[in-house]
Design a protein around this ligand. Structure first.
Ligand code: MF3
Ligand code: CO
Length: 248
């Protein structure tokens, strides 16, 4: 069942997501060679305390931190640590909060110093696929139209969509129905209606889509060691069309 949200509920989600967007921008400014990923996590945690919101990921199914920080061949759910970022790395930062009972969730991939042409193309293609998916969030479209637009964009660049993780409904919980795969045929799945709120999050590999989970139980890495990127926005479908809630 897909829970529809009222305009008041969507306005609370907007506040949550704006805090997420501002924090991600703040973190992006700090990203440079030599910084420990745990320093970025502490920064996000301090922001949550100052803005009086709850980190959404910390303790979620036992996840230990505020941010997920995934470097290079790490796809998602990388755990912040004493590891330092190096010039040439690409780093995905995923962050969510709860404000007044409502959730926000967004992710970006950032280049550390100069990165390879492949890395640049991978980041651009993944972000473009997110916006191609969002463009399909329209009253009367079907959820499969969103999934298909993402897959088509990604594969058009010769990259592959990760299968093992999906986007999701969001609102009163971090993860609500429906699941939103980043692949699949158009014209299928639930019909989109005003009041639906989604976290759309393509995860893309420059090589094969197969992943494995590291011994920490969380970090997903590409099996073939290829680079991965991840972009995510929380969006709301209203009578007037789609709103990106996690924009600055
Ligand atoms: N954006 C990711 C998701 O929606 C982040 C979840 S991290 C977790 O699944 F720790 F909360 F699982
Ligand atoms: Co998410």
């Amino acid at each position: 069942m897909i829970a529809l949200k009222s305009p008041l509920e969507i306005s609370k989600m907007r506040v949550a997501n704006q805090i997420v967007a501002e924090t991600l921008a703040e973190i992006t400014e700090r990203i440079r060679p030599g910084i420990e990923t745990l320093e970025l996590d502490i920064l996000a945690e301090e922001t949550c305390r100052r803005r009086k919101v709850k980190p959404a990921f910390k303790n979620y199914r036992g996840y230990p931190n505020t941010l997920c920080i995934s470097i290079n061949d790490e796809v998602v759910h990388g755990i912040p640590s004493k590891r330092t970022l190096q010039a040439g790395d690409i780093v995905s930062i995923d962050f969510g909060v709860r404000y007044d009972g409502y959730f926000g969730d967004a992710a970006i991939t950032v280049a550390v110093g100069e990165v390879s042409a492949t890395a640049q193309k991978l980041m651009a293609a993944t972000e473009e696929s997110l916006y191609a998916g969002i463009a399909q969030v329209a009253v009367g479209n079907r959820l499969g139209d969103v999934s298909h637009a993402i897959q088509k964009t990604v594969e058009g660049y010769g990259f592959s969509v990760i299968r093992d993780f999906v986007g999701h409904g969001i609102g009163r919980s971090l993860h609500e129905d429906p699941q939103i795969p980043n692949f699949g045929p158009p014209g299928q799945g639930p019909v989109l209606q005003p009041g639906m709120t989604f976290a759309i999050e393509p995860m893309v590999s420059a090589g094969s889509w197969e992943i494995s989970i590291m011994p920490d139980g969380w970090t997903a890495i590409t099996k073939d060691g290829s680079l991965a990127a991840h972009y995510e926005h929380t969006v709301a479908l209203t009578e007037k069309g789609v709103l990106i809630l996690s924009n600055l």
